[in-house]
Design a protein around this ligand. Structure first.
Ligand SMILES: CC(C)(COP(=O)(O)OP(=O)(O)OC[C@H]1O[C@@H](n2cnc3c(N)ncnc32)[C@H](O)[C@@H]1OP(=O)(O)O)[C@@H](O)C(=O)NCCC(=O)NCCS
Length: 436
């Protein structure tokens, strides 16, 4: 990520439209910058997500890792605890990988909470619209988030763009029919995993559509290397080296013993990073063949994991699909030109956006996978037309759903569903491997 752009995002002042709207309700919206205010903000976010009150150490450790976050707070001078916000949101710039391997900066939004005392009066809407207008002001082409409830963000134009597959594998049944062994797996310390994982993720995310940069603060939480980590010793870390001795993969997992039957203990995979298919196969095989383990739980996988084709008995895996990475396109031409396509062709996209940020009519011409976009205003279309909302265009953007599927669901109208769908076709399903 371009550091100057990230800093400019961080320094952007509060959105005046939302500030005025909340002022009319006697509420004050402002950026949260000094340490004491950031500490109060962190406690309010914890309460909003149903966590217990944090200790001073937890607050301090969270704050010390959170300087990349632009915090917006809404304050009510009438409350007895007026120094604590009644509503919160956070955002930072992160790179999103698009089909074809290009990346675009997006505003990653998190920590959206409104106190139960102030719910359902439009405060969350004011915060979300403010985040989007701030992104527009900074020339940021899209926004993204992961969500607590699937029904919250469609109204602001966010579409579920990269679903997640959550796996439970019956290891006694799975068997292995993937590639044979090569390289070597070794245990490493959590601290070593913490050191090597960011660089591995960096390689992986640049070739994985839907992935983002992982914020620096997340790594210590994954690894249990924060001083306030709960049960840090439960995490086990491994690395995989190829025959030349290069580390090309690593995994982090926890084990929960089943004291009724030790042979049915459980593994939860926190992270599996594999730069090469060989590393991927070796790490999964290691986990599947662990003695005394009956079940492996792994979340936020792709819907087309190669693992499905590496186990001998596909019914050993119970897979649950869920919406995960939401994307909100702001700058339609930049996003459409930022990704690649399949073959050549053309289409007119007639886009409706209830917030008015991305409404328009664009002619997308694709030659050998490369798209160029022209704003054609009200002119007549000389290509098949897709009429759709920004939520649906955002859902399509990473290749997580096809135009034909959304047409069949009645979510858009298209002149020639098959031709247009083939243009947007991608080789692999998008994926996001973590929450933020
Ligand atoms: C979700 C939450 C932020 C909503 O805040 P809020 O200030 O009550 O929301 P608003 O009054 O601004 O409502 C905005 C819109 O969302 C809708 N909405 C709000 N909460 C909703 C919910 N839980 N489910 C579905 N729709 C909801 C409102 O009906 C309203 O719709 P409209 O503007 O299209 O008419 C708040 O309930 C909360 O803090 N929940 C717990 C933490 C959480 O889950 N945060 C989201 C993290 S991703």
């Amino acid at each position: 990520m371009d550091a100057a752009a990230a800093d400019a995002h961080l320094a952007r002042d509060v959105d005046p439209v939302s500030r005025e709207r909340l002022e009319a309700q006697g509420l004050e919206m402002r950026m949260v910058t000094d340490d004491a205010d950031r500490d109060a903000f962190i406690q309010v976010v914890a309460r909003g997500f149903l966590d217990p009150e944090l200790t001073d150490e937890q607050v301090r450790e969270t704050r010390s890792r959170g300087s990349y976050r632009r915090l917006t707070g809404v304050y009510d001078p009438q409350t007895p605890t007026a120094s604590a916000p009644v509503a919160t949101s956070a955002s930072w710039l992160s790179e999103l990988t698009l089909p074809g391997g290009g990346v675009l900066p997006g505003s990653a939004i998190s920590a959206v909470t409104v106190a139960p005392t102030h719910r359902r009066r439009g405060v969350a809407r004011a915060l979300l619209e403010a985040e989007l207008r701030s992104a527009v002001a900074g020339g940021v082409p899209l926004a993204m988030l992961t969500v607590s409830e699937a029904t919250l963000y469609g109204r602001y134009g966010f579409g579920p763009a990269a679903p997640a597959a959550n796996w439970v594998i019956d290891t006694k049944r799975a068997g292995w029919r993937g590639p044979g062994r090569s390289g070597r797996v070794d245990f490493i310390s959590r601290e070593t995993w913490r050191e090597i994982a960011p660089a591995l993720h960096e390689e992986v995310r640049l070739r994985s559509v839907g992935e983002l940069e992982i914020p620096a603060g997340h790594w210590d939480s994954f690894a249990g290397t924060r001083p306030d980590a709960k049960d840090p010793g439960k995490r086990r870390a491994i690395q995989w080296r190829d025959d030349a001795g290069r580390v090309r993969g690593a995994a982090l997992y926890t084990v929960t013993e089943n004291s009724d039957d030790w042979t049915k203990s459980r593994v939860d995979v926190t992270s599996l990073l594999a730069v090469t298919p060989t590393a991927y196969a070796a790490l999964w095989r290691f986990l599947l063949e662990l003695d005394l383990i009956g079940e492996i739980h792994a979340g936020e996988l792709a819907v087309d994991e190669p693992l499905w084709w590496m186990i001998a008995d596909q019914r050993a895996a119970t897979i649950t699909l869920r919406d995960h990475q939401y994307v909100r396109i702001i700058d339609v031409p930049r996003v459409l030109e930022g990704r690649t396509y399949s073959g050549s062709g053309e289409v007119v996209l007639d886009v409706e956006d209830s917030l008015g940020l991305s409404t328009g009519r664009w002619h997308l011409r694709v030659v050998d996978g490369i798209g160029t976009v022209e704003d054609i205003g009200d002119s007549a279309a000389a290509a098949p037309v897709v009429r759709l909302g920004i939520e649906e265009l955002s859902a399509i953007s990473l290749g997580g759903v096809s135009v034909a599927t959304l047409a069949a669901a009645g979510r858009l109208a298209v002149d020639d569903a098959e031709t247009v769908s083939l243009l947007f076709l991608t080789a692999r399903a998008p994926r996001l491997s973590f929450w933020y």
